[in-house]
Design a protein around this ligand. Structure first.
Ligand code: GLN
Length: 481
């Protein structure tokens, strides 16, 4: 079995045709992890007992001839900021190094209900803050296509695991691009759903008004399968929405997908776009034209403010969310403090990495009295303008196409001393989080690990709750590869 080519759709068929058992496939993935994780550092911990117990249940149900749920037996990886009861959830921070999750995240509950096989927890930038997984307290994740390069971030471990055939699919979280950017750099599909469609309960919060969980897969078809399994209203997350019910329900026919008009925003084709990226995106447009799609140039004039607005709103929410990590709750690290103040200072200094501290400081500053109106309140107004750009443009076109990242995977260490150039990695992905719309990263072509090529991807952004549009175009695109 070639794990690097297996898709969820092919797995479902093979399992039901008894070509293999769930246990055999899970073991094959664990063998692939044993062979490669030392070099790539995609996984921080494995959940072998859970995986084997679930695979055994699936095989037993199959032997009894029972109907299986769609994700039964599917071997998945989870970013280590999602809680799996009884297992570690470190968010790649020393602060949570000894923390064990007390409950399941809602997405995990849903995966368990479907009897998906959870293989383990993947590396990320500390608390999902970064674009390269270099901010992890537990070492960098390497890009399977070139181990001198980053896998992207913050969900670098999930992207690398899928690209290297160490998981059939994975979940990540995306606050400003953390699913789409590593997916692009590793040559896999990654989707950030509409804000609110997937519950954030049990996801260690970074910036709550932007965070969203989504799938990493090899194909758009698989992304659809995984997305459908994890979406839905959750009583534990007040921002979650029942997308299957009216008025949000939207399931276009294949013929209707073909009629969608795709907008090309001029603000996304900037100077400094790497020639390989520009070429790849051109290639994708040409292929979509051949499939019959029509294109229209559009303008999203406030795009230029997205990055700076994000770096006010995001740190403000980060500083609030991370305040709970005071060294008293969620596993204590430093124990030799004599006073409360000293305990806080010592734990935060020990537990938080440099980037985390930078953002907590920034966020505390922009929220402080006297600066709140000048920064945070102003940024919220600009955020509205960015969203309105999309609302207006979506009256003219159905979907927007752009690059995902300005460059292909960069080398490890290249941007670590220059936070601003690192922040620029997300210039094309942040606007979708600001507006809450769904967006997907699709590889321009199929990339095989070991071919010496660096992957390039294109992004499709859709209307709120119209994941089916971007997934549908992705499926048509892949069918022609
Ligand atoms: N790279 C962006 C940041 O550093 C986005 C991170 C994310 O989406 N979690 O904030």
């Amino acid at each position: 079995m070639d794990l690097s080519k297996l898709t969820i759709a092919a797995f479902q068929e093979g399992l039901r045709a008894k070509d293999f058992s769930a246990r055999e496939v899970a073991d094959a993935y664990f063998a692939a992890i044993d062979a490669q994780n030392g070099a790539l550092n995609a996984y921080l911990s494995l959940t072998k007992d859970l995986a084997r117990a679930t695979a055994a249940e699936v095989d037993a149900a199959l032997a009894e001839g029972k109907e299986l749920p769609p994700l039964a037996g599917v071997p998945l990886a989870l970013k280590d900021n999602m809680l799996v009861k009884g297992y570690p959830a470190t968010a790649s921070s020393k602060m949570l190094e000894h923390y064990t999750a007390a409950y399941d995240a809602t997405v995990v509950e849903k995966l368990k209900f479907e009897r998906a096989v959870v293989l383990g927890k993947t590396n990320l930038d500390e608390f999902a803050m970064g674009s390269s997984t270099e901010n992890s307290a537990f070492g960098v994740t390497k890009n399977p296509h070139d181990t001198a390069r980053v896998a992207g971030g913050s969900s670098g471990g999930s992207a690398a695991a899928v690209a290297a055939g160490m998981a059939l699919a994975a979940l990540g979280s995306d606050t400003g691009g953390s699913i789409r950017q590593p997916a692009a750099l590793c040559g896999v599909v990654g989707m950030k759903p509409t804000y609110g469609t997937v519950s954030r309960f049990g996801l260690i919060a970074m910036a709550s008004s932007l965070d969203q969980i989504g799938p990493f897969t090899k194909t758009a078809e698989d992304a659809k399968l995984l997305f459908r399994a994890i979406r839905g209203k959750d009583v534990h997350d007040a921002t979650s929405i029942d997308v299957v019910k009216k008025p949000f329900h939207y399931e276009p026919k294949k013929e209707d997908i073909k009629k969608l008009v795709i907008g090309i925003p001029k603000e996304y084709f900037i100077e400094g776009l790497h020639p390989e990226v520009a070429k790849g995106v051109e290639e994708a447009i040409t292929r979509l034209r051949k499939l019959g799609f029509s294109f229209k140039e559009v303008s999203l004039p406030h795009t230029k403010y997205a990055l700076s607005t994000y770096y006010i709103i995001m740190p403000a929410e980060v500083s609030t969310n991370l305040a709970r990590l005071d060294g008293i709750r969620y596993a204590r690290n430093v124990r030799d403090a004599k006073k409360l103040q000293e305990l806080y200072v010592k734990n935060k200094a020990y537990g938080f990495g440099k980037e985390t501290r930078r953002r907590v400081l920034l966020g505390t500053f922009v929220l402080s009295s006297g600066y709140y109106d000048a920064y945070y309140a102003k940024a919220q107004k600009v955020r509205r303008l960015i969203k309105e750009d999309f609302d207006t443009t979506f009256k003219e076109v159905d979907v927007i196409l752009s690059p995902v990242t300005p460059t292909p995977a960069f080398t490890i260490g290249e941007k670590t001393n220059d936070p601003l150039s690192m922040y620029l990695s997300d210039i094309f992905t942040i606007p979708a989080n600001m507006a809450g719309i769904p967006a997907i990263s699709i590889p321009v072509k199929k990339y095989t690990v070991g071919s010496g090529e660096l992957p390039v991807a294109f992004q499709l952004m859709g209307k709120h709750f119209h994941e089916e549009d971007i997934l549908g175009i992705g499926e048509l695109y892949e069918a022609r590869q």
